[in-house]
Write a protein that binds this ligand. Structure first.
Ligand SMILES: Nc1ncnc2c1ncn2[C@@H]1O[C@H](COP(=O)(O)OP(=O)(O)OP(=O)(O)O)[C@@H](O)[C@H]1O
Length: 577
């Protein structure tokens, strides 16, 4: 998964990658060359007392060192730039994919997990790429080059390396194997902490109202402790890694000095060669250390890449049409034909063979008990979900074949729980129509019975709105959401219980103003309150996902038992007449 993700995302950066690999190669060669130069200075300059030789080779050492620093800086620069670009691209890809998701996919992953995947998971992969470019490219060259150069200094002494390299390799891989499952658990527990935290922040008022602070604190502490526990377990393994490596390094240094001293004593080796050999040993161990560091990062990045790929490879269940219809001939004609809908994983369908026809200039109302499928039915029109059977037609065209932007322009849904974005009243109202003038905004506010309260706000149309619209009341939020839809001027208006938070007088005034404003449009209203819908041209009665009645208020009062029961639970016989 990691390789697949990297291959896909690093494709556009071949040139800088090639450049940085070349720079890393040069700087590693320079690093490998320096101990040999040093050995030459000791053996042929210091031991022989040749100052000219010392100055000449000293000069070369300075030049090689400068070249090494320049190449290293360049490699780190390009490495950091490419890694940052990769992070940006992956985040953008996840964002695009999530934008295409329907409610079903968002529900499957959950918002907190999608946020962790877009931020923390991408950062882990980005970090690995940065480390690879800045350290890992040079590690194998340094290891192999170090061994070759060490052999060049003294072949018998190089036997020490035969023991050092495998011992290090085995020790490191044993530790890394135990780390891998811990990293997966760590990312999952991070998800849990995010989920709990998010729920507690958004549900803050409920927590206070039910005095559940203690319970929630315990829940967060539990999630936090679980994350800490797994982080400590990986920390302990990491802590084990470095002493292991250092023990191998120190023991092998002693062995080199011991055997090297004997070889010098017997005249088989010079003192400069021994210092060079020690330097190469350090470089080899350093490269193994770098690889170790990488091995520690790879399992976590692998887990993160898997989680990222899972999002990127998930297709939306609401598929955009291949050859979309870009123009509609009629205007505002909505028809739901024998529609069935079943939520994924649910045993029973929520809607069964539902038929509905709504025409321009008419108001169609849907009433039914809680959970009878009213919101689900409205959600089928703007394709929040697609029917599992049957059809939804706008102006005679199946919504699944309509170009998504055309559908969005034609149909506008005011959801049961309206959402406002952080910004101002004006930016929210212009959400579906950025070119709307201030006069149009005020007009929409007037119809939505929100003009008065916006006028009273200190900055009027430019008054700030908090994320989610939490700084206005539920009723004000509903009215702003209705105004936002009016500004968009769609042909089909869908109001999902959008008047529920309004008092009776405001509800009546709003519907009066709305009927004039939307006289030409198709209006579908879902409501629990009979007074909201009794004047509708047609009322559809839903019961457990089936249409059990259709007609005007009076027709249904005369002939539909379910409707009568709903009405008489709210009004007296005289009021209902
Ligand atoms: N995302 C979902 N996954 C599974 N089942 C769901 C989901 N959303 C709703 N349901 C179920 O579908 C049924 C219909 O829900 P829906 O929200 O359409 O009802 P409703 O008539 O609008 O209710 P209310 O009047 O309370 O808003 C309910 O039984 C509900 O439990």
């Amino acid at each position: 998964m990691l390789i697949k993700l990297l291959r896909a995302c690093l494709g556009p950066y071949k040139k800088p990658i090639m450049l940085l690999v070349a720079l890393q190669l040069l700087q590693t060669c320079a690093t490998l060359y320096l101990p040999s130069l040093n050995a030459d200075i000791i053996d042929n300059g210091v031991v022989e007392g040749d100052t000219g030789h010392i100055l000449q080779y000293g000069g070369i050492m300075v030049a090689v060192s400068i070249a090494q620093v320049v190449c290293n800086t360049g490699a780190v620069f390009y490495g950091a730039r490419t890694a940052a670009a990769l992070g940006r691209d992956v985040r953008a890809s996840i964002f695009d994919r999530v934008q295409s998701f329907s409610a079903r996919e968002v529900g499957r992953f959950g918002a907190p997990s999608l946020i962790t995947r877009t931020t923390n998971d991408v950062q882990q992969v980005q970090m690995l790429v940065l480390m690879t470019f800045t350290m890992m490219v040079s590690a194998p060259i340094m290891c192999v080059g170090g061994i070759i150069m060490a052999l060049g200094q003294d072949v018998p002494l190089s036997a020490v390396l035969l023991a050092v390299v495998p011992v290090l390799g085995i020790a490191v891989s044993l530790i890394v194997r135990r780390m891998r499952p811990l990293f997966r658990t760590m990312q999952e527990r991070l998800d849990t902490v995010n989920r709990v935290l998010r729920e507690q922040i958004t549900g803050n008022r409920v927590i206070r109202a039910f005095v559940r602070d203690g319970y929630e604190e315990k829940r967060f502490r539990g999630a936090n402790t679980e994350l800490t526990d797994v982080a400590l377990s990986t920390g302990r393994l990491m802590a084990l890694m470095f002493p292991t490596v250092m023990t191998v390094v120190n023991v092998s240094s002693i062995a080199v000095v011991w055997f090297g001293a004997h070889r010098i004593d017997s005249g088989g080796m010079e003192i400069g060669a021994l210092t060079a050999f020690l330097s190469y040993l350090m470089q080899i161990v350093m490269s193994v250390m770098m690889a170790t560091f990488m091995f520690m990062m790879v399992p976590r990045a692998e887990v993160c890449a898997e989680r990222i790929q899972e999002v990127l490879e998930t297709d939306s269940s609401v598929v955009p049409p291949v050859e979309p219809v870009r123009e509609l001939r009629a205007h505002g004609h909505l028809e739901v034909r024998a529609a069935d809908f079943r939520y994924p994983g649910a045993e029973e369908p929520v809607l069964r063979s539902v038929d509905l026809v709504a025409r321009p200039g008419e108001t169609t109302a849907i009433i039914g008990s809680t959970g009878s499928g009213k919101s689900t039915l409205l959600g089928l029109v703007p394709r929040l979900f697609d029917v599992t059977d049957g059809q939804v037609l706008v102006d005679g065209t199946d919504v699944r074949t309509l170009e998504p932007s055309l559908l969005a322009r034609t149909v506008s849904l005011v959801p049961q729980k309206p959402y406002l974005f952080s910004g101002t009243v004006a930016t929210n109202l212009r959400y579906g129509n950025p070119d709307a003038t201030d006069e149009e905004l005020w007009q929409a506010l007037e119809v939505a019975q929100a003009k008065e309260f916006v006028e009273e706000l200190e900055h009027g149309l430019h008054a700030p709105i908090a994320q989610g619209g939490t700084n206005v009341s539920g009723g004000q939020r509903q009215r702003l959401a209705i105004a936002r839809t009016l500004v968009q001027r769609p042909e089909i208006y869908l109001f999902d219980d959008s008047f529920s938070a309004l008092d009776y007088a405001t509800d009546a005034a709003l519907r009066r103003a709305l009927s004039q404003e939307t006289a030409e449009a198709t209006v579908v209203i879902v409501a629990q309150r009979v007074s909201t819908i009794r004047d509708a041209d047609r009322i559809l009665v839903l019961d457990e996902g089936r249409v059990v009645g259709s007609g005007t208020h009076h027709e249904l009062m005369d002939g539909n038992q379910t409707y009568r029961e709903i009405v008489l639970s709210q009004l007296t016989e005289a009021e209902a007449a």
